[in-house]
Design a binder for this molecule. Structure first.
Ligand code: NAP
Length: 479
């Protein structure tokens, strides 16, 4: 059976490691029709601001399967990441990042049989990249986490554990601090875990998880986590088994998947035939499994493991190598090793990952009760906390509000709690409504009154009680 795959060579070392992977997969005898399309730096240079041209989008929409090289992202101001754009355009909600000890690759963790998969939420969280300058000196990034997004990645993690015969799944969050956003991941994890009684489910705080991964990484099998935590944790897990050159990944959506290395375009090695193609190659192995080509995937994975264990024809980043070879020669060696197995740690006995139907469309979480009790108004002002507080206490009652408190970057500064907060010109002013929450017109009148008093507002957040519980968190020091 023949498969059609969109192939994105990528930037930096991308074209070399992708070409090596393509050569190995083609040599395996499997029939893949590669549709080569572009994204990343070359596309930015042509003046396409997203870095992803229409023909690439059309190709992926048709093939529903992508193997891609790394894409460069401008840092700081400038264009968005073409990687993140691809993940978001095709709603690849889960990023699966497996790492496994390689025979012959000596690390401080060798001999502990590490075999960990980080399952990272892939489209939400801070990486949605919804950022605004609040004042010229204060920037904001919105951390949006949805029940649906959590459920999709959590179910994927549990199904992955089952398909690989794993016994435990951890969920790593910062729910102790971000109780509503990170807490959402924890709460949905605990709900979904009840349906997977055959798998031990445990929650762990993300910073302790990072600590435990270095101290006792063999305790982990599958770690499900939010987007940014997962990005960091999966680089850490790559480091445990020898580095980024070995870490593959799969971006999984509904009936669509994008396979790529965890590493980036390593520009300093571009065009030198020195980069290690293993990470992209193992991403290709994940792709073959996704396409149902389990035997070919196993053969290639075993050949890679045997080649690395032998250490005669490997790239220079592999620890302990005496006479390194280039990317191309390494690819030839893997092909020559088709049919061989490493002396230990063969390819796992995988079954295809089958994700059950997941919630689609605009799913709303049903509630028993919901009530707006006030709002946080975010203001820019050069006043002191006391000046601002006194002014708002005077103005608010005429518009149906009572000022509850003012915080500066999350710490209450009015009424004064005796804290020593080094304030900036960005204030969250918590107002409770004295009767029913004012209509939009009355709220607008209050905002106009604030402006007339030299206070510039940035945004408003409603304070909601959902099922009788506050749908907002308190400021530090707020009673
Ligand atoms: P990077 O490209 O991953 O490179 C960091 C270091 O990792 C390299 O200097 C090299 O380490 C090692 N390395 C990575 N891939 C290797 C390989 N195949 N073979 C051997 N060594 C390898 O990270 P970066 O320098 O932070 O990012 C460069 C660009 O890539 C940025 O524009 C970034 O935005 C982009 N990026 C893209 C993706 C993606 O497309 N998914 C992911 C991450 C980053 P040594 O210096 O120790 O030899």
């Amino acid at each position: 059976m023949s498969h059609i795959v969109s192939l994105i060579p990528g930037d930096g070392i991308g074209p070399e490691v992708v070409a090596a992977t393509r050569k190995i997969i083609d040599a395996s005898g499997i029939k893949i029709e590669w549709e080569e399309v572009q994204a990343g730096a070359s596309v930015f240079k042509k003046g396409v601001p997203s870095g992803v041209p229409e023909e690439t989008i059309r190709s992926i929409a048709r093939t529903r399967c992508v193997l891609k090289g790394p894409l460069e992202t401008p840092v700081g101001f400038g264009e968005k990441s073409a990687n993140v754009t691809l993940r978001k355009l095709f709603e690849t909600f889960a990023n699966i990042r497996p790492v496994r000890e390689f025979p012959g690759v000596s690390t401080p963790f060798s001999g502990r049989n590490l075999d960990i998969v980080v399952v990272r939420e892939n489209v939400e969280d801070l990486y949605a990249g919804i950022e605004h300058m609040q004042t010229p000196g204060v920037a904001q990034c919105l951390k949006l986490i949805s029940h649906k997004g959590c459920e999709k990645v959590i179910r994927t993690g549990f199904e992955l554990a089952r398909s690989e015969g794993r016994k435990s799944v951890h969920c790593a969050t910062k729910a102790n601090i971000m109780k509503l956003t990170e807490g959402m991941m924890k709460r949905v994890f605990e709900q979904v875990a009840r349906e997977y009684a055959d798998i031990r489910a445990e929650h762990i705080i993300i910073d302790n998880c990072a600590h435990q991964m270095v101290k006792k990484p063999e305790q982990f099998e599958v770690i499900i986590t939010t987007n940014m935590n997962g990005d960091i944790l999966s680089d850490l897990s790559s480091g445990l088994i020898g580095g980024l050159g070995f870490a593959p990944s799969a971006n999984i959506g509904s009936g669509i998947a994008i396979f790529e290395a965890v590493h980036g375009s390593a520009p300093k090695y571009a065009g030198q035939d020195v980069a290690n193609p293993t990470a992209v190659l193992l991403s290709g192995v994940l792709m073959l499994r996704y396409l149902g080509e389990i035997e070919t995937a196993r053969m290639i994975e075993n050949a890679v493991l045997a080649t690395i264990e032998e250490k005669r024809t490997v790239t220079k980043d592999i620890p302990g190598v005496q006479n390194p070879v280039g990317t191309r020669a390494y690819a030839e060696a893997v092909i020559a090793n088709f049919g061989r197995k490493p002396s230990r740690l063969e390819a796992r006995d995988y079954r295809p990952l089958r994700i059950p139907p997941l919630p689609q469309g605009a799913v709303t979480v049903k509630t028993d009760s919901r009530r707006t009790i006030g709002c946080d108004i975010f203001l820019e002002s050069a006043h002191s906390p006391a000046e601002l507080g006194n002014l708002l206490e005077t103005l608010a009652p005429a518009y149906g509000f009572k000022l509850k408190m003012i915080s500066n970057r999350g710490t209450q500064v009015f009424p004064d709690r005796g804290a020593q907060t080094d304030c900036v010109d960005h204030w969250r002013c918590r107002h409770l409504s004295t009767g029913d929450f004012p209509k939009a017109e009355a709220l607008g009148a209050y905002l106009s009154a604030l402006e007339a008093n030299g206070l510039r507002w940035m945004h408003i957040e409603k304070l909601e009680e959902i099922n009788g519980s506050p749908g907002y968190t308190k400021a530090q020091g707020e009673d």
